[in-house]
Write a protein of this length. Structure first.
Length: 181
């Protein structure tokens, strides 16, 4: 059994003890050791902050292009298959703007529809699968043929062969006029 006076006290400087084979059970820090630890800790913190700053700067720069160009929406055959089995789906503007699209099938072809109701600036169109129809911001049904669309085509050569290419710079009018209500 160990008496309380045989146990080391917190913060006490311990010496070699004969009952432990002459090995000290703890070593107190010297003042110079503390300075080295403080400097090393400060250096690690500064290095970590520098690495974090570099990562923040490099990743915060535009990770997606900001100038509109034609973009690759994916493999056209897969998109067509997904649209047939799951209905139209929303694709956010890959350039960070407000030209989001709804991919759908019209007359057997994949089309990139504008998600804005014609004649409005902020009435968004969405697909409601429960009623199998597009609806506007007021939940009124609207046909896909009444929506503007963006130029799209399937790549025929090179690395984009078979890919659905959508060009958000070229908005085409709806084939049919939007219903008036």
């Amino acid at each position: 059994m160990v008496d309380a006076h045989d146990r080391p006290q917190t913060g006490a400087i311990l010496e070699a003890r004969s009952d432990l084979g002459g090995t000290p059970s703890a070593v107190a820090l010297q003042r110079s050791d503390a300075k080295i630890l403080i400097v090393a800790t400060g250096a690690v913190i500064v290095a970590g902050l520098l690495v974090a700053a570099v990562l923040l700067i490099t990743t915060s720069r535009a990770s997606s292009p900001t100038k509109y160009t034609a973009f690759d929406a994916g493999v056209a055959q897969s998109i067509r298959k997904d649209l047939k089995s799951g209905g139209p789906f929303f694709v956010p503007d890959p350039f960070g703007g407000d030209r989001s699209i709804l991919l759908a099938i019209e007359d057997g072809k994949v089309v990139a529809l504008s998600d804005l109701k014609p004649g409005t600036k902020d009435c968004r169109i969405r697909w409601r699968g429960s009623i199998n129809s597009f609806v506007d911001c007021n939940d009124k049904k609207i046909k896909s043929t009444a929506l503007a669309r963006y130029q799209s085509e399937v790549g025929e050569i090179g690395p984009q062969k078979g890919e659905l290419l959508v060009d958000l710079r070229h908005r085409l009018p709806a084939p049919e006029p939007a219903p008036t209500s």
